[in-house]
Design a protein around this ligand. Sequence first.
Ligand code: NAD
Length: 254
Amino acid sequence: MLKVGLLGYGGRMGRLIDEVILEDSRFILSSVYIRSGSSVDAPKGVCVTNDFSVFLEHCEVVVDFSSPIATSALLEALEKTPRPLVVGTTGLSPKDHSLMERLSQSIPIVYATNTSRGIALLNELAYLASQRLRDADIEIIEIHHHHKKDAPSGTAMTLAETCAQSRGLELDKVRVSGRDGAVGARGQDEIGVLSVRGGDIVGKHCVGLYCDGEYLELTHNATSRKTFAKGAIEAVRWVVTKQAGLYNMKDVLE
Ligand code: NAD
């Protein structure tokens, strides 16, 4: 059985990942990292610790669905104690991304802002549609539950990056995340990324391609968070078989 270390155990995603691990005899939850001063009710035999080196020593692979601060600390700890890694946490800083790139020269890392199969496919479709409908205005709308802390969602940003890349654009130069007041006419290359928050919506992403006379909207709806947990464990199974490198969900599913 593959010994899995989990960062974010008590959270919405962490609880579901634990559930998926319990349902699959190929995996066992072996260690859980928690913030100092907090406590969790982990099953007997699981190492619960606020020390990253102890956490890493007790597992063969790490899965992280926590917060950018926790992910950042984990990445630093992995420099000393390398383990294959699956990161699902969103809202990471440019510094964390650079650290992840550097670490991926020595360990295999899957970084997936969304671990569902549908979103992996939506990314491919968005790439194709942005190229084929070259004159279309691209507007991405994401809707999530009111607990979500970061905006736009990591998934929306990945979709926007996909669209920008397919048109040879730099996302930083063309992204617009909200319009208010006398903003003027829409620029031709703009990629809008708009966030809505409310209720218990698990996650909805729509990539709209608006032309004169017609428009295409590609929409993904997540109806259960367990979809992400299952995808994350699929990525865990996959990443332990890989050489060092930085991978995404498309790599896992192919
Ligand atoms: P949550 O707030 O319910 O859970 C976060 C967990 O991380 C909690 O257990 C919290 O205690 C822990 N945590 C936070 N900071 C910590 C720290 N400094 N040290 C130790 N533990 C810490 O959030 P969630 O809904 O479970 O989402 C977690 C992350 O996963 C978010 O970034 C979210 O955007 C992302 N997410 C990704 C996907 C995907 O498919 N990749 C899907 C859903 C959510």
